[in-house]
Design a protein around this ligand. Structure first.
Ligand code: MF3
Ligand code: CO
Length: 260
């Protein structure tokens, strides 16, 4: 399916939505420490979203038979995505992937990051670094005139030399009035293939990268997606608008934006 292009006024609401989410993400990053539970992070996220006039978008989300029960997804260690927050304290050396989304003014934004609790092994920090950088490689390819496949191709060609796995069962997506809109945005692909990128498209770019097998399975809770081999996984995500001047990251704090 084709993406419906956003009008300029809609892009402005998307900017307001993404800016609020960027603030929530910054608070979540600061809160991660040994002893903190993912349930604590969930409470913090919901309060921060509501304080900003937003609505948590994952809570009550029901793609199939099961309703998602929380504001954030918190996926520790071998969990890739969709982990449900709980009362287990984080411990030094854990990695934790946090995914959070909100609706503001009727428009969604979606953002994720993986953090190490404490110092972490160099190997683990490398996985996180490669995953985050691969997201920015994908974002850099999100320019008018390029195609969806160019985004995936950039991510894939950046990640593969490091020997890490690229999860294929889950992909990025268009975003706007709905959390998931067309088109799908895979984290692998062929250059010059797929739908043409045009100004006014908004997409979530979200590589999920593993230290071992790229295959995943879902736990009995119906949500938590883990690597089949128990290898560690990382996930980074930004909501991005395609503009005539190139990609605009909507879920980034102004202070962190590259200076023009
Ligand atoms: N951020 C996820 C995505 O990009 C959505 C979380 S699914 C939910 O698809 F069920 F947790 F809401
Ligand atoms: Co997403």
């Amino acid at each position: 399916m084709r993406a419906r292009l956003k009008e300029p006024w809609e892009l402005n609401v998307m900017r307001s939505s993404g800016g609020r989410l960027a603030e929530v993400v910054a608070l979540l990053r600061e809160a991660i420490a040994p002893g903190v539970t993912t349930g604590d992070l969930d409470g913090l996220a919901e309060a921060a979203i509501r304080e900003r006039g937003g609505i948590p978008s994952f809570k009550g989300y029901k793609p199939g038979d099961v309703v998602y029960p929380a504001t954030i997804c918190a996926s520790p260690n071998e969990a890739v995505v969709h982990g449900i927050p709980n009362a287990v304290p984080l411990v030094d050396g854990d990695i934790i992937s946090v995914d959070v989304g909100l609706i503001y003014g009727g428009y969604h934004s979606d953002c994720a990051f993986t953090a190490v609790v404490g110092e972490g092994d160099p190997e683990v920090r490398h996985l996180l670094d490669v995953t985050e950088r691969s997201m920015y490689e994908g974002i850099a390819s999100a320019t008018p005139g390029n195609r969806i496949g160019d985004i995936g191709h950039s991510i894939q060609s950046f990640v593969e030399p490091h020997g890490f796995g690229i999860v294929q069962e889950y992909v990025g997506h268009g975003i706007g009035r709905l959390l998931h809109e067309p088109p799908s945005v895979p984290n692998y692909g062929k250059a010059r293939s797929g739908q043409l990128l045009k100004p006014g498209m908004c997409i979530a770019i979200e590589p999920m990268i593993t230290m071992g097998s790229h295959h995943t399975k879902t736990l009995d809770d119906g949500w938590t997606v883990v690597t089949v081999d128990g290898s560690l996984a990382a996930h980074f995500e930004h909501t991005v608008a395609i503009t005539p001047r190139g990609p605009e990251i909507l879920t980034m704090l102004d202070a962190n934006r590259p200076k023009a």
